[in-house]
Write a protein that binds this ligand. Structure first.
Ligand code: ZN
Length: 336
């Protein structure tokens, strides 16, 4: 051993020896106990994510059904079911997902939307076999494509499926909805954004919007960005437009434009207020309670006080303007 290595070894040994050990004796954990607890926690986290996905889909459902008035020709037909298969889960989730849902290769019904077309026809756990006589097999995306193709015309589809070891059949008439998939992104950031096609809501925002009507307001706001073609208009207004400026809330609410040209900044605050007004109209039309939806912005203001007073150089209006504009629209809609 050379001298440098000897000194290094001696120093490391002295350091470890000098470190304070905990006072309380930590019990030795058996491999079996660790494995069982890990499985339990993974199952819990899958179940929690499922509940978030269902809440998001159920809240978005009445809004997406405003098709075609809320989205013109950007519509599609669907069965109103959330599907899943083992393939969609990450490797470390797969054993827990398999034990929870008894997956084989089939695509399974994860949830049936309340008052959707499949309500009363399908239920959680049904394993899809065929649609209009086309067998469902292969990768998850292949099976979804077969289903999507069968739904394209909007005419009733015949579905064969397994339920409790028994093969059954049903006919479902799909519903027309706005073709804006509302996707859940697993992130603690309180954020939502529209990219012209999809609407992305973070799990952080879902925890923040405690009431479903608050969550609906955010989904409708993002739908309005898509339906009012704000991304396209802003791209048209700027040579260096950046879609990142559409990001909403917390960071987005107080941050100046990033990478966007002056043209792109023009009307940005107006687009936000327009999206708020259109969102209130959508909520009203789809039967959501309008009570307290302005409170969401007051909540944001309390936690991010800069959003109360920031000037015109940021992408989003102040929370003061938002609350007043929303309140005005509510009173116009509800005053006889
Ligand atoms: Zn917005």
């Amino acid at each position: 051993m050379n001298r440098a290595l000897t000194v290094s070894f001696f120093l490391s040994f002295s350091f470890v020896a000098a470190c304070s050990a905990p006072d309380v004796k930590i019990p030795k954990l058996s491999d079996e106990a660790v494995k069982a607890e890990r499985q339990h926690q993974l199952e819990q986290s899958i179940t929690y994510q499922r509940s978030q996905t269902i809440r998001l889909a159920e809240t978005a459902h009445p809004l997406l059904k405003l098709a075609p008035i809320a989205c013109e020709n950007k519509t599609r037909y669907r069965l109103g079911v959330l599907l899943h298969s083992l393939e969609q889960y990450s490797d470390h989730q797969k054993p827990a997902a398999k034990s929870l849902y008894q997956f084989d290769n089939a695509v399974q019904v994860n949830h049936v939307l309340t008052q959707g077309p499949a309500d009363g026809h399908l239920q959680h756990g049904d394993k899809l076999v065929a649609i209009n006589g086309s067998l469902l097999s292969g990768a998850h995306t292949t099976q979804l494509k077969i289903i999507k193709d069968a739904l394209r015309s909007g005419t009733p589809v015949k579905l064969q499926f397994w339920r409790h070891e028994e093969q059954q059949q049903t006919t479902i008439t799909p519903e027309q909805v706005c073709d804006y998939p509302v996707l859940l992104r697993n992130s603690d950031m309180v954020n939502a954004y529209a990219d012209g096609s999809n609407i992305i809501i973070t799990s952080g925002l879902m925890r923040y919007a405690e009431k479903d009507s608050e969550l609906a307001m955010i989904i409708a706001h993002e739908m309005a960005h898509n339906s009012q073609q704000h991304i396209w208009k802003r791209l048209k207004n700027t040579a260096l437009g950046s879609l990142i400026d559409i990001a909403l809330i917390t960071q987005g609410i107080v941050s100046p434009f990033i990478n966007a040209g002056i043209g792109g900044n023009l009307y940005s605050q107006h687009y936000e207020l327009e999206a708020d007004i259109v969102a209130v109209r959508m909520l009203y039309k789809s039967g959501f309670s309008l009570e307290g939806i302005d409170q969401f912005w007051r909540k944001i203001a309390a936690i991010h006080p800069r959003s109360i007073t920031h000037g015109k150089l940021v992408s989003h209006p102040t929370t003061v303007e938002r609350v007043l504009v929303i309140q005005k629209e509510i009173s116009q809609l509800t005053t006889p």
